[in-house]
Design a protein around this ligand. Structure first.
Ligand code: SF4
Ligand code: SF4
Length: 447
């Protein structure tokens, strides 16, 4: 029987750029580096207007344990440290650098003993390199690599599923950097002391599966490289763990480590390898630029801080009927109001849809067909939770599991009434989290 998880769906793949090799973009003339590109505390700026910076120099220091620094992607002069449009949909404190030099790739001297680095050393170099999950979640990687003693990790899973339609940046990375993915994966396994290492690829990428299998065989034949049937959202942590190991991660606040697992994206593995081997900070990444609103879809390697407009230009520009700009894929990505926002650590794709593809059908009343329930990979009742959110019944929405929603969008995708379920649920989830935070702060103040 093929390994998979319950629920999920099969949106059309539209992997237009799967066969297109990646190319490095020139460094931007002006780089925009937000002080927060990760989940957790924002970084504290270390530079001021008019400072000279060199490529790879830390621009911020972490604002706590769950935080990472940001580094200069280019050499040049700091033009400003101020608010600037950000992919999360609002302005954020950003270090703006006028480049005078691309500055190279910021690699230091190779550490001859890098492959034998201790767990502590691996975590320290990963933190100093500013690595945050590159699959989109952007959780600080050194924190993930520090499981508490009472939650031992026995299985590390490397996530090469790339189940979002259109995106191919991980696919290209698996073909072009397979050795470094395996090397980084071994460092992850060493950091958490696991004995089992699995690499997962969906079966629409047989070439990536072969490349990783070959790399694993030559570096450590004990690594299992698995092929999974295509299904969305296979790349979600809990679903991937379930598909590969049969283990069920309980609802939040439980984490993969509660069932002895740790999941890392393939891009993070390359960054980990470079951080430990060359002390290279995370200043660039693979990005897919694609969709019916782009003239020449492409995979590019872009410096963090490069405005999206420059990526679009490198991919032949917008078509005449381009209508919608999305950061990420069509299922979980976020629509953007400006292409001035920069590439950040979690940017896997820039998707532009033309007018026809961007058209949204009018919402109709729910007909109670149950399709949304059947596809929900975390076994929720999306139609009920969305309705409770619309009615602003936050306590009831919480009781129905709004916080368990992984925002995969499968429910919205299959709904014949075009109900914007995930949008309502996402709003409800954000509101419940904000209310809980407020209540906690109030209780702390009163104590
Ligand atoms: S309710 Fe959440 S987890 Fe379930 S299908 Fe909808 S978006 Fe995905
Ligand atoms: S899929 Fe749409 S119409 Fe069917 S039950 Fe869910 S919300 Fe209602």
């Amino acid at each position: 029987m093929k390994k998979t998880f319950r629920g999920g769906t099969h949106p059309p793949e539209f992997k237009l750029t799967a066969g297109i090799g990646s190319r490095a973009l020139p460094a931007p003339e002006m780089a925009y580096v937000p002080i927060q590109q990760h989940i957790g505390a924002p970084g504290k700026p270390l530079v001021r207007k008019k400072d000279e910076v060199t490529v790879g120099q830390p621009l911020t220091e972490p604002g706590g344990f769950v935080s990472v620094p940001a580094h200069a992607p280019v050499s040049g002069k700091v033009k400003d440290v101020g608010p600037y449009p950000n992919p999360v949909g609002r302005e954020m404190l950003t270090v703006i650098i006028e480049a005078d030099d691309d500055g190279g790739d910021a690699k230091g001297e190779e550490d001859a003993d890098w492959a034998d680095a201790s767990a502590e050393e691996i975590r320290a170099r990963v933190r100093d390199a500013g690595i945050a999950g590159m699959g989109g979640a952007a959780f600080p990687t050194h924190v993930k690599l520090s499981p508490p003693e009472n939650k031992p990790v026995d299985t590390v899973i490397i996530n090469g599923a790339e189940c979002e339609p259109y995106l191919t940046s991980d696919h290209r990375l698996m073909l072009e950097r397979s050795d470094d993915i395996i090397r980084g994966a071994l460092l992850v396994r060493r950091a958490v002391g696991a004995n089992r290492l699995l690499v997962a690829v969906e079966d629409n990428k047989p070439d990536a599966h072969s490349a990783l299998k070959k790399a694993a065989k030559s570096i450590d034949p004990g690594i299992q490289v698995e092929m999974l049937p295509v299904k969305y959202p296979q790349g979600a942590e809990k679903q991937l763990i379930n598909a590969l190991t049969g283990r069920e991660v309980p609802p939040p606040p439980a984490l993969p480590m509660d069932v002895g697992c740790l999941v890392q994206n393939v891009g993070s593995c390359v960054a980990i390898c470079e951080a430990v081997r060359w002390r290279k900070p995370l200043i660039e990444r693979y990005v897919t630029v694609t969709g019916s609103g782009i003239n020449e879809p492409a995979n590019v390697i872009a410096k963090i801080g490069t405005p999206l407009a420059e990526l679009v230009e490198a991919a032949g520009g917008y078509t005449d009927d381009a209508a919608k700009l999305i950061l990420g894929g069509p299922m979980m990505g976020m629509a953007q109001w400006t292409d001035a926002v920069p590439v950040i650590k979690g940017t896997s794709g820039v998707l532009v849809l033309n007018r026809a593809d961007a058209a949204v059908a009018a919402e109709q009343p729910c007909i109670g067909c149950g399709r949304c329930v059947n596809v929900c990979p975390v076994f929720l009742l999306p139609t009920n939770i969305a309705r409770l959110s619309e009615l602003e019944m936050w306590k009831d929405a919480e009781a129905m599991g709004v916080l368990e929603c992984i925002e995969c969008g499968s429910c919205t995708y299959v709904c014949p009434s075009h109900r914007i379920l995930v949008q309502h649920i996402r709003f409800g989830k954000a509101t419940v989290i904000a209310e809980k935070r407020k209540a906690k702060q109030k209780a702390e103040k009163a104590a």
